[in-house]
Design a protein around this ligand. Sequence first.
Ligand code: PLP
Length: 425
Amino acid sequence: MHPSTRTSSLWRPWTPITQQAGSLRIVEALGNRVRDVEGNWYLDGISGVLNASCGHGHPRLIEAATQQLQRLVHYDPMVSSHDPAETLAARLAELLPGDLNETVLLNSGSEATEAALRIALQYWRNLGEHRDRVITFEAAYHGTTFLAQQLSKLPFTVSEWTPPFPIEHVALPAAPRELRTEEGADALIAAFAQALEAGPPAAAVMVEPLLGLGGCVVLPAGFLARLRELCDRHGALLILDEVFCGFGRTGRMFGFEHEGITPDLVTMSKGISGGYVPLAAVTVTSRIKETFVREPVAQGLRYGHTTGGHAVASAVGNTVLDVMTDEKLVENAAAQGNALLEGLRKLEASPLITDVRGLGLVVAIEADTPESAAAIAEASAQAGVMTRAERGVIRIAPPLTLTDDDTAEAVAKISGAVDVALARR
Ligand code: PLP
């Protein structure tokens, strides 16, 4: 160690090596605001990593974690169970439609993807069929473990040493803006139909209700319902990744509720614990779970983690559900999301902006270049609103506890940031 040259021993994923030092350091957060080490407070326009959906420092969530720590920290989640995990699994079964009743509790969205794929593929083997092909969007993001990253073709997630796995990627047939037209919707469903028809029968189709890291692409109305029909016709399982959209983010408890469909498997993380502790889940139908009595080695699921369904995390997850109900956070996300989108849509008149889109409390502003997007996000942070610019898209996804005043502030300051970026160009 050379203290004179070393500024940090923390290696932060995705941040370029030359930019690891001297970046933003957050020291505290309360409600919808966060403070950096220099004392600047920001409106948290990105909810941490889209997970702080109940806001920061919520006394009920802190109390839930504290009480559980005092009672039982955790115990073997493989051969035993405890009340917080049992309760959370039961409540998810209540919340989710159809016979989505069987939940495996995990720690991260990537683990939930890993589990969902392993369950989907093993399901077919349990039935005596060998279906390996999985179909996803090219611009999907389902996580970064070796298996999860293969579901995407986004260059920042795929590694160079990907072992071959039969994933079929479907490219977006049009730009996000055109996708929202009738022709765009038809072209998109035709692309999935073609992928399902070409090649051996698919095991599963896995999609997000809205392409999050793939550019905050709002999928056309009716797409998920038509995809459900398509999967049924081909006998493929439909896996919905609700890591980004679940728990109120899109103005409904789950993104797929906009289309009134029932998936076969649902993955969840982020909002499930409000970001207070690591927690994730995959819920599958009883029909799928029942086939595992025929699993040849374990007669069960050969997948799990020591801290999966951690008692403290599960206790927080249960309280998140209470807070969401008591504070009407889903309804608030829908109302504030509409106001935010309406306010920011005016930016489409700016020469820097090519599209403004959103669903609930996810709003994306697409700029003409990645440099413009970065400049707008920087000016917005200087004005006191934290957003995230990635590959030309500025993402805004504040806590679901956003107030009318917060929304007005976000619209005013982000709009001002677009003017500042234009003047600086
Ligand atoms: N799925 C989606 C839709 C996501 O947005 C993410 C993370 O952003 C993941 C999966 C991976 O979750 P994690 O970062 O917890 O592994």
